[in-house]
Design a protein around this ligand. Structure first.
Ligand code: SF4
Length: 506
């Protein structure tokens, strides 16, 4: 019988969540580098470069890859010859590890978990509780697989019960374009097939914890129907042309992972969960001899990419910008922003809308300013802000007409992924503009932020309205002042081009 000490599990979980906050798995780094090398779409290639440079910077600086440091998901396979030191449940031990990881003063991670989800939605402040799954297995060790899953990719999870004769490939190809770019591609698709509805979802999540090996599979050839499906979905998903960040390009998915389970004769449950540009997971085993130790990778494991900003980017001074200036910008063009940039996301937008509805004066003059949809990590050691990548913009769509209208008067917005049709129409109607920063390049973006001060709603914490002073912050014009959206035109163009380009035999 193996005795597992409480402190060993707690310490190991805490160290593991710190480790994955700044070290991408190396199989993921290699897969993004391969995608970067073969990418022909300039916008997607630049996004891949930013993801790789950000990854190396995070590894070097021991700061989070992404500002969304995720919800903790932990799978434990507990050997039946294992005994835990009495006192705490497995959930309590894991939660204590998560608490210590997310409140570590050297690298505080963002607390994103809200209790009472249908009610007060109160932040628990330490990212607990984790979502914990336990399984009893033969043996005398505890195998732990854990992941930090960001909200953007989790929000794109898909589920359906197909007819047994329906095509799973067709279902994935129908769903993937509708998922937009909010899951920060390129990434990995986890697919669960069979079982019951909840079993399919769980398998999709577990599938994401496996190593990227699609190129090995292609070389050795599919040995069964599941492996055939992996290759077919991988090729056809990439032929959709969605590309990195949805900008149009050759690589949307880096691998397709599938787990299956026997199912009812009348059913074909299928679940799909994506992993994003901030893929973060780690595996370790406790055998009673102490906490797990994680060897840091060498920085030489990251490719040396000489990225000094998007090629041919237009330099923009936010402090002197006019509507006439932005009328000359075209969807797909890259910019380097300098000057004063406001921030605001869900809660601040709601407050502004309520104040306008009540006829109250606004705490900030938004006229002719840009707003950045962001909720940064807290800063440490002289940083102006912690990692500060964009959050998904469609959540702000319902406020866009108000924010661009006369009463509020914004000139432009910076966020992540596509806008909905009403927001695009509003941007065109107001001759405004919407730009995107690269989701998953949060530490790189933060380096462009030179100072930060709170202007309004300080009680909202990371959701307060800040004013950033930025210098050469890289963004792309995603919806121009005529309403052309690169998330429409880019994938369409690259889907057609891929139709002409024979798919690469990697
Ligand atoms: S890379 Fe995108 S989806 Fe992933 S955690 Fe960061 S913001 Fe969320």
């Amino acid at each position: 019988m193996t005795l597992i000490k409480q402190d060993d599990l707690i310490r190991s979980v805490a160290d593991a969540f710190q480790f994955i906050s700044y070290y991408h798995p190396l199989d993921f780094v290699r897969a993004v580098k391969a995608a970067y090398d073969r990418e022909q779409s300039p916008a997607a290639k630049d996004a891949l470069a930013q993801i790789l440079v950000n990854s190396r910077m995070a590894a070097e600086g021991h700061r989070p890859i992404c500002q969304d440091t995720g919800m903790a998901v932990v799978f434990l396979k507990i050997g039946m010859e294992v005994r835990f030191e009495p006192g705490m449940t497995v959930q309590e031990m894991v939660d204590e590890g998560v608490r210590q990881a997310y409140t570590n003063p050297d690298n505080p991670l963002r607390a994103s978990v809200l209790a009472d989800p249908a009610g007060a939605r109160r932040n628990t402040k330490d990212n607990t509780p984790a979502v914990v799954y336990t399984e009893l297995v033969p043996g005398n060790t505890v195998e732990v697989r854990l992941a930090a899953k960001g909200g953007g990719s989790e929000n794109k999870a898909q589920f359906d019960i197909l007819n047994p004769s329906d095509s799973i490939v067709d279902w994935v190809l129908e769903r993937l374009p509708k998922m937009g770019a909010g899951w920060c591609p390129p990434g990995i698709l986890g697919i669960g097939i069979g079982g019951t509805p909840e079993k399919a979802m769980l398998m999709a999540k577990e599938a994401l914890l496996d190593q990227i090996d699609i190129q090995d599979l292609r070389q050795r050839g599919a040995g069964d129907r599941t492996e055939e499906l992996r290759l077919e979905i991988y090729d056809k998903a990439n032929a959709l042309g969605i590309g990195a960040q949805g900008l149009g390009g050759l690589t949307t998915v880096l691998d397709v992972k599938i787990k299956g389970y026997p199912t009812h004769a009348a059913s074909l449950p299928v679940a799909l969960i994506p992993n994003c540009a901030a893929t973060r997971h780690l595996h370790f085993t406790l055998d009673g001899s102490g906490p797990a130790h994680f060897s840091p990778p060498s920085l030489s494991d990251w490719p040396a990419i000489d990225w000094k900003g998007p090629p041919n980017a237009r330099r923009v001074n936010l402090d002197t910008l006019t509507r006439a200036d932005i009328a000359t910008w075209k969807a797909g063009e890259t910019l380097l922003l300098s000057g004063k940039l406001l921030t605001g996301r869900d809660a601040a937008h709601k407050r502004i809308a309520d104040m306008v509805a009540k006829g109250e004066p606004l705490p900030v003059d938004f006229h002719n300013r840009f707003i950045y949809y962001v909720g940064p990590v807290d800063p440490v050691k002289g940083e102006a802000v912690g990692p500060a990548g964009p959050t998904k913009s469609t959540r702000m769509d319902k406020f866009t007409d108000l924010m661009l209208g006369e009463q509020v008067g914004l000139l432009g917005m910076v966020g992540k992924a596509e806008r909905g049709p009403a927001a695009v129409a509003s941007i065109a109607a107001h001759s405004a503009v919407y730009c995107t920063a690269v989701g998953g390049a949060a530490y790189l973006v933060a380096k462009a932020i030179k100072s930060s001060r709170v202007l309004a709603f300080p009680e909202l914490g990371m959701e307060a309205i800040y004013e950033f002073e930025v210098e050469n912050m890289p963004v792309a014009v995603a919806v121009d002042s005529r309403g052309e959206s690169v998330h429409e035109t880019g994938p369409r163009e690259w889907r057609m081009r891929i139709g002409k380009i024979p798919l690469a035999k990697h």
